[in-house]
Design a protein around this ligand. Structure first.
Ligand code: NAD
Length: 425
């Protein structure tokens, strides 16, 4: 018994010392948080965490303790990240800063249920969704609206058309919508693109809110203001830049997503990381990132890019990485592949070999395709009609080093050769 008391006294004394050290450590963590905020750096830094764990492993020589010490360090780092998040008020929304078109991007579990207090729904609200979106999400939103009008369209790229936009606008006309009323998209990127375009067009523009419910839409398409539909089989041929008034991202809505749809969303996150943030790419390779961190990592990149180039005259083209060939594959596959899967395939041939050697295992791990054996002639046909091509060729995005995407001009012949040589073993 005495021995137990003695050991406990020793532990208490050590705990007291550790409490003091903990306070000092958190003071330093606070300084790190401040630095990261000032320099726009993400809270999670995979390279730094690895370094801390490696150093730690060298400090503890007893192999029986080393593994436990690594867990202790990891817990410390997790607590530090929580503290940093609190300090930087990361529960507060991200904000897209675009002057008079600025808006908040709320990322919070359960925020769909708070839509009534987060959005101005005290007016006529046209809720646009598609048949594949679980009805419960629309019901939850509609219950918080004063005058909801729900328009449920057929899903699939073949229905992302002017006719569908016209159907949404007609529903608003019939319900007597005015310029003070609004449109809310509840669904994936498809619903967001077409509802946003309807909002941009109806009465020359009404308020638009986006509540994305696929991972692809949450990490990418719901912010940035690109809206539009396909025309004559050409993707996103008609559209408008129309920024939402607010974006609500509720990761709980991903619970109903199929693994395949989840994976295609991850493809867009990988795209952001490869073009703009090497540490984020490494973190994705390591796996195990909570979805909130994936969302935040990707959205911060997109936000920074859009803020600098809202109308895609330069920097924003980076985010088309994987899309030049991806759009060709998407058209040629005739609906058999999801957009994100095509982006995954489209990224592969645009990377330097060393980057590709890291990208391929990551795509495989995420359940994304790495090879396509479809009709390259049909893909080329679609690519040559891509609205981003010019008389002399394409502005295409290449990644020679992770985090450093770069836009280069390539001729039609060069692009065709890249497509011909793509996905070879
Ligand atoms: N505007 C942009 O910046 C931008 C960027 C990337 C992609 N896009 C567009 O986004 C579209 C692709 O978006 P997507 O991948 O989200 O596809 P999608 O919108 O077609 O959704 C895929 C499927 O998931 C279903 N779904 C949606 N939410 C669900 C949920 N929570 N649980 C279960 N099922 C759900 C839908 O009904 C649909 O059947 C393409 O049209 C693409 O062009 C736009």
């Amino acid at each position: 018994m005495d021995k137990l008391q003695e050991a406990r006294r020793a532990i208490s004394a050590i705990d007291a010392e550790m409490a003091e050290l903990f306070v000092r450590r958190m003071e330093a963590v606070g300084q790190v948080a401040q630095y990261k905020q000032e320099h726009g750096l993400p809270i999670f830094d995979g390279a730094r965490e690895r370094e801390v764990l490696e150093k730690g492993a060298r400090r503890v020589t007893d192999p029986a303790l080393r593994e436990h010490y690594a867990r202790f360090l990891q817990n410390n780092m997790d607590v530090s990240k929580d503290y940093q998040r609190r300090l930087l008020a990361h529960d507060a929304p991200l904000r897209m800063e675009l002057g008079s078109r600025s808006y908040d991007i709320v990322i919070r579990r359960g925020c769909l249920k708070e839509a009534g207090s987060l959005l101005d729904l005290d007016r006529k609200v046209c809720i646009v969704t598609d048949r594949g979106v679980p009805e419960g999400y629309v019901r939850t939103l509609a219950a918080q609206c004063k005058a909801p009008v729900v328009v449920t369209v057929d899903g699939g790229e073949a229905n992302k058309t002017m006719d569908t936009v016209a159907a949404v606008c007609r529903a608003m006309l019939e319900a007597g919508f005015t310029r003070r009323d609004c449109v809310v998209a509840v669904g994936g990127g498809l619903v967001g693109d077409l509802a946003g375009f309807a909002a941009a067009s109806f009465l020359r523009g009404v308020d638009f809110y986006n509540i994305p419910t696929t991972l692809l839409a949450q990490v990418d398409s719901s912010i940035g203001g690109k809206t539009g539909v396909n025309l004559a089989g050409v993707k996103n041929m008609v559209g408008a830049f129309w920024q939402p008034r607010k974006v609500l991202i509720d990761p709980d809505t991903l619970d109903t997503l199929s693994p395949r749809l989840y994976a295609e969303g991850m493809a867009e996150a990988v795209k952001m990381a490869l073009t703009s943030d090497a540490a984020f790419f490494t973190a994705l390779e390591q796996g195990g990132l909570p979805v909130e961190q994936v969302l935040e990592g990707a959205l911060r990149i997109k936000k920074t890019v859009v803020e600098q180039d809202e109308r895609e005259t330069g920097l924003r083209k980076l985010l088309n990485f994987g899309h030049t060939i991806g759009h060709g594959v998407e058209a040629a596959a005739g609906g058999a592949l999801y957009h994100g899967e095509c982006v995954a395939l489209g990224m592969v041939p645009m990377c330097a070999p060393a980057v590709r050697a890291r990208l391929l295992p990551l795509l495989e791990k995420l359940g994304l395709p790495t090879r396509w054996e479809g009709d390259k002639a049909a893909a080329w046909q679609a690519m040559s009609h891509d609205k981003k091509s010019t008389a002399s060729g394409f502005s295409a995005v290449f990644v020679d080093r992770p985090g450093e995407g770069c836009v280069k001009q390539v001729t039609f012949e060069e692009m065709k050769a890249i497509l011909e040589g793509a996905w070879q073993a």
